[in-house]
Design a protein around this ligand. Sequence first.
Ligand code: PRX
Length: 679
Amino acid sequence: MAPETGAQLSEAQIAVHWREERTYRPPAAFVAQANAADPGILERFGEEHFPDCFNEYADLLSWDTRWHTVLDAGNAPFWKWFTGGRLNACYNCVDRHLPTGRNKAALIWVPEPEDQATETITYQELYRRVNEFAALLREFCGLEAGDRVTFHLPMVPELPVAMLACARLGVIHSEVFGGFSGAACGDRIADSASRVLVTVDGYYRGGSLVDHKAKADEAVEAARRNGREIEKVLVWRRHPGRYASRTPMVLGRDFFVDDLLGGYRGRSVPPVSMPAEAPLFLMYTSGTTGRPKGCQHSTGGYLAYAAGTARYHLDIHPEDTYWCAADIGWITGHSYIVYGPLALGTTSVLYEGMPTHPDAGRCWRIAERLGVDIFQTAPTTIRMLRKLGPHEPARYHHRFKLMTTVGEPIEPEVWRWYHDEVGKGQAVIVDTWWMTETGGILGTTLPALQPMKPGSCGPGALGILPVIYDEDGAVVEAGSGRAGNICIRNPWPGVLQTIWGQPERFVDVYYGRYCRDPGSKDWHDWPFLCGDGAVQASDGYFRILGRIDDVINVAGHRLGTKELESAALTVEEVAEAAAVPAVDEVRGRVVEMYVALKPGLSPSPESGQKVTAAIEREIGKLARPAHVWIVPDMPKTRSGKIMRRVIAGISNFADVGDISTLANPEIVDDIRHRVQSAK
Ligand code: PRX
């Protein structure tokens, strides 16, 4: 992390920061039914009860063998939770609910187009589908505990079915968000050394059927270039029996799942009893170098943490109809569409398509029709819906008891629209701050016990001890008004176990910065660096300012500047590239690319288009830059480092800071003139 090259804007550079100290209290009706309404819970999860307090989360699960040690710190910072314990995650999310909830909806899938019938999958039906697919994975693909499988699946019920089937076998799943390109998927296949890819032929988005199978072929190619051969591609058909892709099936490699499943009808596969610390899944996320990080999550600790936080912070009861309108391809969907809610035996809604198609009323119609009472989404969606349909929620009779926001900071005025219009003033809001690495929520309120403060996530979640450190490792006191790097002082069950195949990088990225003694086995010496800047008010509430590393958070999705720049550099004429964030009213941040061409080449509109195409090909459409600026040179330090901070300042019409250390300060005015006159 070199501040002079960091992609992020300093607090002084952008004017989006707010100082809101007013608080809101939860409605009495909410408090009366809340899972955590007794203040004693705050005491039970206090620091003096760490780590035993997390037994309460583990006790929400069914174990084959009870653990003997809550936290094993022997190989710090590779924490082991609930050691000695054995369990199966699929059993916990499916089988154990059958005796009392066989006919209850586990998943409700709302497909596109809107006139297509909603599919209700009971716990019994989920059990059937998961078992049949598990039998297929085991017998047709030869997969067993510890193997990895990559999924490149969009929001179809086959995704949770496939996840749970893997979990049943102890196979480690690695879902790549459907919007990522085939090339990005291939990199992740190679990194995880998967030999099976599970995909779908097509899916609906915004009214049209997207050809998805084409990406599988690109993924197989990209994996091959990285030395990994995919043996089997399992293709679900979006409409069973009808192939929706124009891409040919490759003989001997590609198989239609719906055809194969015929041979596994009615099969049941016993859940494999796994050690608590066996990996459950990998979730790749962007880091500061080009190579994505495969965050490895455990079976026991992760599942306990997802279930516990879902129970107390999202207030999920088995009788709720809960809708997290995120994508399962991100950690939010893993923890709070699939694992947390299903472990608690509730009904979890998933939907295909977009919140704004065919109009800004789609979410509220779905919520009204299904009787959704807990709703979760991201600020970018809230901003979009507020802009497109500010009065739309009032037209529907949905009634939420709790709403969540996750993924980015939310502006207080956007928060208030969410509260007043979407929640009709009757729903509590929990602003949940966390990240892919953390498995579950780190900073938020206990909705019945702690007031809401728009724009602040709240204090640490139950059992979580956040702290803000300055650059020298000194504590930044609450109420000081100073920003610093937010860390978590203690380990918790949901924290990633390691970066898949990169243990040194794991220690370095998350613990290297503030570790007091690398030989220590005492958790107090290992603060976890979250990667965000934050300030803490005197009431203990945290306000998150955004990433401190070279990661740009676009509409709640993390993109590494290095990945963007490497993609731009695949264009023949590009000599140098820099990716910076620009403030955007709806998406929070967007990416702007700056590129300098090789000497002697003159800029043309095609150069910019090629850069955009390269980014879409290498990463995916989600990373598409808002602008590609072709510049004669980059502002650089004397040692040749590109000063992204200066470029970000220009993109945002903000102060560029001190440029006296630049080797070529004259370029700043030149770039500023080109960019700002064109905006
Ligand atoms: O900057 C923080 C922001 O999203 C980053 C994590 O992104 P990702 O790993 O994709 O996980 C997103 C879903 C958990 C964080 O480093 N972030 C997440 N939630 C919030 C947030 N920023 C402010 N407020 C939040 N509630």
